[in-house]
Design a protein. Structure first.
Lengths: 412, 293
């Protein structure tokens, strides 16, 4: 699509001039005023005459050509050109998924909320009609979630407990992109825009483990006793299985409380087993041990899920996968472990350690020791592959010349 | 460039000494002609009132044949009708159209009409008729009358005509309804007759009254070929206009429409035994007076 534009639009204001001049000339020179007493006779004659003869003033072909020539000349002077229309742009707002986005500012609002509000104001200044904005919650190089608007859940306490990493900003440094974070220090986009809420150094937990956490502010840090033991959801019918026993042994060693049917937000880890329907035999092997038995089908994987064990007979089939706060296992209760059972227990302990969430969110040290300023840099519209503007004033100039020539040749 | 008549100058009558001399010669000639006709036809004159035979004149087209003199026809083989007068002194009324449209033409219709009116008055007075000249007064709707009873009154009539302007507004029909006109035996209406119809003058054509309508048109009204191209026709009386692109076809249609209009005048007045003449303002007034008489 192309739009008609003019380099010197002011010339178009002269467009009525040729018509006014032509009208004036037709009045002044083209027509004679003749008094007569026989007006009724002329009316009679005019009523019988062809319509063309009865027109108030008919421009001669010469006058019409001259007017058209002047109009074309004015258009040529205005410098018309065809400007390719801008294609609608999809702007990307890359939202930092790290826990520091959940830290409260001086007014008690999450830094993420402040950053998102600033980002929305910033985008409103550059987003044109027809453009779209895609908000992406990003950790590392992964996009965890996409939405048309920022989701307050992204900087909730529960989300902060996941302890996700900051985005790998360099991978998102592009025109049409806005980085939304709480900390602008250390982020220096070349092409993308930046919106950082900033934040004051506050009090919080730096690290957490069962029974205790490292908390403080500024230079003062201390190990504090945890409010409660971490909780792990494990169905009672699974506790007697090989995996269940390994989980129970790990929980006992770590001081973790095994619970059943707690809400996901109230536990630090959920051990989930696939339903036994459509279960079939599967073999999982790792670190010198094997596990065999009937295995069901796991649901769709989440963005942060990592595959921990696959079916040895069907590598496409996932038997165990894990993410922070959740371990999903395809095996039913009846499975057997073969090989090194100690290695089996250690492997599962490592898995559970990595998946166990802290009781309360923890944040990197920088969030508590250094205040940061709010930063803003508007994103720039991406350069689309445009065709160059196409001027065509010369067309009107040639047309004006031809019409002027025609006017000189025509009889008045 | 087209010839554009001066709209701002409504026309002003100018009658000089040469006109007076020409008009007197015309009147003398008319009187002599009347005398010769009477003698040649052997018409007896009777002094005093009554239904007097004053002479003969040629039969005109459309005229009632009951007044045809069959004896003369047998002798001369030309149709003549008897002319009578019921009064001892014949009364003439000359209606002079001084409306604004009469100011058009070179010379203006007004000038030529004034000359005709003066010539008619001279002729009438010369043969002993009482002549009343009527024109529009300065006050709208009113008539101005110049009554002449003797031959010596004619110069006063000329002064009345001299300097007159085409500023009147109205139709000659209003003047024709004047009591002086209704009392006259011969009525002459001199104007362009564009502002009235022959039907409107028909009431004048009752028995015993002779009516002659003389339509004086400007040259460009008779033949507008000088105005080819875009022309805005303006009626100076009604201040209306009509824009037309004139070409041969339109001008031909104008000629047809004008001819239709003039023919209607001639036919209507002839049906009532009256006469109608049309002439250009360029014509000599003597010819126009002779045609009217």
């Amino acid at each position: 699509m192309e739009a008609l534009e003019f380099e010197a639009f002011a010339w178009l204001w002269a467009l009525p001039a040729p018509f006014v001049v032509a009208w004036w000339l037709s009045r002044a020179r083209g027509a004679s005023v003749a008094p007569t007493g026989a007006l009724e006779v002329w009316r009679e004659a005019g009523a019988e005459a062809p319509r063309a003869a009865r027109r108030s003033w008919r421009w001669s072909p010469r006058t019409a050509a001259a007017v058209a020539s002047l109009v074309a000349a004015i258009f040529a002077l205005a410098g018309p050109f065809l400007e390719p229309r801008e294609a609608p742009t999809t702007w990307s707002a890359i939202v930092d998924a790290s826990p520091s986005m959940a830290l409260p500012d001086a007014a008690g609002f999450p830094r993420g909320q402040r950053a998102a509000e600033r980002a929305q104001r910033l985008l409103a200044r550059v987003v044109a009609s027809g453009d779209e904005v895609e908000w992406r919650l990003v950790s590392g190089g992964r996009t965890l979630e996409r939405a048309s608007e920022p989701n307050p859940r992204w900087w909730s306490t529960q989300s902060a407990r996941l302890g996700l990493a900051r985005p790998d900003w360099a991978r998102f440094d592009a025109l049409g992109t806005l980085w939304v974070t709480d900390r602008g220090v250390g982020t220096s986009p070349r092409l993308a825009g930046l919106c950082a809420s900033g934040g004051v150094a506050g009090h919080g937990a730096l690290a957490s483990w069962p029974g205790a956490r490292l908390a403080g502010a500024g230079e003062t840090w201390a190990v504090e006793a945890a409010e409660r033991s971490p909780r792990v959801n494990l169905a009672a019918e699974q506790r007697s299985s090989a995996i269940g026993r390994a989980v129970a042994a790990w929980a006992s060693a770590r001081g973790v409380e095994l619970v059943e049917r707690f809400a996901p937000d109230d536990v630090e880890l959920s051990i989930l087993f696939a339903p036994p329907e459509r279960a079939r035999h599967a073999v999982g092997a790792r670190d010198g041990w094997r596990i065999e038995g009937a295995a069901g089908e796991l649901g769709a994987a989440a963005a942060l899920d990592e595959i921990w064990a696959r079916d040895a007979t069907d590598p496409a089939r996932v038997l165990v996968r894990a993410s922070r706060g959740r371990v999903e296992c395809a095996f039913a209760a009846a499975h057997v472990v073969r090989g090194d059972s100690a290695a089996f227990a250690v492997a599962w302990a490592e898995l559970l350690d990595s998946a166990l969430l802290p009781i309360a969110p923890t944040a990197p040290l920088e969030a508590f020791t250094q205040a940061s300023e709010a930063l803003e840099r508007a994103p720039q519209r991406p350069l689309d592959e445009r065709r160059p503007a196409r001027p065509f004033a010369h067309v009107f100039a040639v047309l004006a010349a031809l019409l002027a020539l025609l006017a000189t040749l025509l009889k008045r | 460039m087209n010839v554009v008549p001066n709209v701002d100058d409504p026309g002003r009558v100018s009658l000089d000494a040469s006109y007076v001399a020409r008009a007197r010669r015309l009147a003398e000639g008319f009187a002599a002609l009347r005398a010769r006709e009477s003698l040649a036809l052997g018409a007896a004159r009777r002094a005093g009132g009554g239904d007097e035979l004053v002479g003969h004149r040629p039969l005109r087209a459309g005229e009632d044949a009951r007044d045809l003199d069959w004896e003369l026809y047998a002798r001369l083989e030309r149709p003549f009708v008897r002319e009578r007068r019921t009064e001892a002194g014949e009364r003439w009324a000359i209606v002079f159209d001084t409306s604004r449209s009469m100011g058009l033409g070179r010379p203006s219709k007004l000038q030529r009409a004034a000359e005709v009116v003066g010539g008619l008055a001279a002729c009438g007075l010369r043969i002993g008729a009482r002549v009343d000249c009527l024109a529009f007064a300065a006050e709208p709707g009113r008539a101005e009358v110049e009554a002449c009873g003797r031959d010596t009154d004619w110069l006063r009539c000329v002064r009345w005509l001299d300097g007159r302007r085409a500023l009147g507004a109205g139709s000659v029909v209003e003047l024709c309804a004047h009591v002086r006109v209704m009392a006259a035996r011969r009525v002459f209406v001199v104007g362009d007759l564009f502002d009235c119809t022959p039907r409107e003058l028909a009431p004048l054509a009752r028995a015993g009254r002779s009516l002659c309508a003389l339509a004086l048109l400007a040259p460009h009204e008779l033949d507008p070929r000088a105005h080819e191209g875009a022309v805005e026709w303006v009626d100076p009386e009604r201040e209306q206009s009509l824009a037309l692109e004139l070409d041969e076809a339109v001008i031909d249609r104008y000629h047809v429409a004008l001819r239709r209009r003039l023919d209607a005048w001639a036919a209507t007045l002839a049906r009532h035994g009256q006469r109608f003449h049309v002439a250009s303002s360029e014509a000599a007034f003597e010819d126009l007076v002779r045609a009217a008489l």
